[in-house]
Design a protein. Sequence first.
Length: 382
Amino acid sequence: LNVVILAAGQGKRMRSDLPKVLHPLAGKPLLGHVLDTARAIGATKICVVYGHGGEQVRTALDAPDVTWALQEPQLGTGHAVLQALPGLANAVSPAPTFTLVLYGDVPLIRAATLQRLIEVAGNDSLALLTAHVDDPHGYGRIVRVDGLVTRIVEEKDADDAEKLIREINTGILVAPTAALARWLPALGNRNAQGEYYLTDIVALAVAEGMPVVTAHPDAAWETEGVNSKVQLAALERVHQRNVAEQLMEAGVTLADPARIDVRGELVCGRDVSIDVNCVFEGRVVLGDGVQVRANCVLENAVVGAGSIVGPFARLRPGTELGRDVHIGNFVEVKNSTIADHSKANHLAYVGDATIGSRVNVGAGTITCNYDGANKFRTVIED
Ligand code: UD1
Ligand code: MG
């Protein structure tokens, strides 16, 4: 299975110097989400088609398993996939290879949906991910005759009858790689936008007698793209709601599932409770019975069972708290271990320290760790 990810578009409507696919969703670039999904479905080859800001994208993603194809100039989605072809596995025997086309700015597509699409594609079909929507404006329409897909017509090329069609092309598709190698060089650009449309391969498949089949996403947000900051924020909220639901299904108590932000991996034991407005970044592990009170930020930290963090506490990378540790308001901990039953309840900075058990760090205490050139470790024993 080859996966081609289109990411050459400029993203003008983001009004930003950062290439669109590098804008973070839940702390990770949009393109990073798509790459992870491609890996999750077992892609053997992943090729990203890049253009604008390309070098920046390659460096930022630092993905050694990815082949990069430059598309310059950008002449349409069909032209984009054509640039990826030389980088793809294209065996015909003993088993044919397939190519799945994804988009760098469509971050929330689910692996389960893609697996369904790959399944319906079977051995020798073109499979399209389509959706029935109330307002199809702007999308390519799926044209069917007697129930069978015959072609896709783009909004700008559609006649009035075609514009009424409410089954739309999400853009995601699976095709036999050998067929793509036949079709893509044969595409023309005589259409309203003067572009080489990937969608024109549908009519070519039909002309060859290849079956064109369809599958559908479970939720509309799976195939929604990011073209603006407004759309980015909307998908961020969808993603955070999904994460909150997973946490609650796993037994975590959330004071308000709409007021938690997880930008990484949050691993929770049993009977963890999290109050409102907490942000988790990187990998955070909370042991059994941990309470995180309101307005805390935790980044790459481990919190032992029965500990209480917050309100208004900040755990920075390298923090390891033992069991039954209390970190109170306006306490910052960085690169420090604090052993069982110790407390820092008010207004303290614990940086680069090793603190034993049953230690009470009094209000306003600072472990001075930096002289302007070197970092020093502070050790406070049991
Ligand atoms: C495309 C589909 C349309 C579908 C819609 C779904 C075609 C011709 N049309 O339309 O049927 O309903 O997506 O959103 O495919 N890109 C490149 N290089 C290019 C052109 C585009 O990499 O030369 C990338 C863009 O960065 C973007 C994606 O391909 O991520 C889609 O391009 P866009 O121009 O937005 O497609 P639409 O015109 O919306
Ligand atoms: Mg376009």
